[in-house]
Design a protein around this ligand. Structure first.
Ligand code: CA
Ligand code: CA
Ligand code: CA
Length: 150
């Protein structure tokens, strides 16, 4: 009896998560009134940016540890490897900004020793190899786009 009540609560809370996603288009995933989409094809940073832009979105702008955990759990659960975020220092070395808004990040989650600009790396992504902590990659490197829109 007790176990069935727990199951009911688990299912009910799951249904709530699904219905909360009603404000997102098909294929997009909801979190905190924003919608997210993981592109299937690996692309360079600029191509990934264009991919999101053409869908009325931008490469993810991660503004809190909550948003970061939501995204890293999503990538882990879906077994997606590396994806682009919208963070870049291509306009001024060492000065990271969100490419779409040009704002400085208020939150970061760099991997140990990153960003290291190894061989001129200016574009930031979730790196599955280090448990989805952030790494600066070369912008021409091809990762899957991770788009966000409000
Ligand atoms: Ca965001
Ligand atoms: Ca750099
Ligand atoms: Ca790096």
């Amino acid at each position: 009896m007790k176990a069935s009540i727990i199951w009911f609560i688990m299912i009910a809370s799951h249904v709530k998560v699904i219905s909360a996603g009603a404000y997102c288009d098909d294929g997009w995933i909801a979190y905190s009134s924003h919608c997210y989409y993981i592109g299937f094809v690996e692309r360079s940073f600029m191509e990934a940016h264009n991919f999101c832009d053409s869908r009325g979105a931008y490469l993810v702008r991660i503004e809190s540890s909550g948003e970061n955990s939501f995204l890293t759990n999503l990538l882990r659960n879906l077994r997606v490897s590396d994806t682009w975020t919208g963070l870049s220092d291509m306009r001024s070395e060492g000065s990271y900004r969100w490419f779409h808004s040009n704002n400085y990040p208020s939150y970061t989650n760099w991997g140990r020793g990153e960003p290291n600009n190894d061989g001129n790396e200016d574009c930031v992504g979730f790196w599955s190899r280090i448990n989805y902590y952030w790494n600066d990659f070369q912008c021409r490197h091809e990762l899957r786009p991770l788009c966000e829109k409000s």
